[in-house]
Design a protein around this ligand. Structure first.
Ligand code: TYD
Length: 136
C-alpha cells in the first residue's frame, strides 16, 4: 500500500466563531484509535532531528498546534515528507513506520496522540534493525 494511504493527512474541523478557533480531536472518530497518551514536543529548533524510531505497537497522530515542523516517514521502501504547519491538520502514523521530525520553527509545539501507554521496549531505535523487521 502507498505510504500516503497508510499515513493519511487528517484535516480537523474548525469550530471557530468570532471569539477564535476551536479544534476537537476525539479518539476513535476524528483519529482512528482510542487515545491512551498525549505528549508534546517544544523547544526544538532547525538543527534538531527527533523521533528516529519506529514502534512495534503504538499508532500516533502528530499535530503542530503552534508553529511548524516536518515529519519524514518511511516504511523501509517508500519515503514521504509531511509539512505540519496548521493547527487543524495532522498525520496518522500506524505502527512500524519509521519517523524523523525536524525543521522545527522556534515556536513549534508538536502535539502527539498515541494509542498506547509508554513502553520503551516497543521502540525500535536502530534503522538497520527496523529494516530487518519490516522485510521479514
Ligand atoms: P524520545 O522518544 O527520544 O523523544 P522523541 O521521539 O520526541 O525524539 O523520548 C525522550 C525521552 O522521554 C526518553 O527518555 C523517553 C521518554 N519518554 C517517556 O518517558 N514517555 C513518553 O511517552 C515519551 C514519548 C518519551
Amino acid at each position: 500500500m502507498k505510504l500516503s494511504v497508510m499515513c493519511p493527512v487528517l484535516q480537523f474541523s474548525e469550530l471557530g466563531d468570532e471569539r477564535g478557533h476551536l479544534v476537537v480531536v476525539e479518539g476513535g472518530t476524528s483519529i482512528p484509535f482510542d487515545i491512551k497518551r498525549v505528549f508534546y514536543i517544544y523547544g526544538s529548533d532547525r538543527t534538531v532531528v527527533r523521533g528516529q524510531h519506529a514502534n512495534r505497537k503504538t499508532e500516533f497522530v502528530l499535530v503542530n498546534v503552534a508553529g511548524k515542523s516536518k515529519v519524514r516517514i518511511t516504511d523501509g521502501t517508500e519515503e514521504l515528507i509531511v509539512n505540519l504547519d496548521k493547527p487543524n491538520m495532522g498525520v496518522y502514523l500506524p505502527k512500524m513506520i519509521w519517523k524523523d521530525m525536524y525543521d522545527f520553527s522556534e515556536d513549534s509545539v508538536l502535539l502527539c496522540f498515541a494509542s498506547e501507554h509508554y513502553d520503551g521496549s516497543e521502540y525500535i531505535r536502530d534503522y538497520d534493525e527496523y529494516l530487518q523487521s519490516v522485510k521479514k
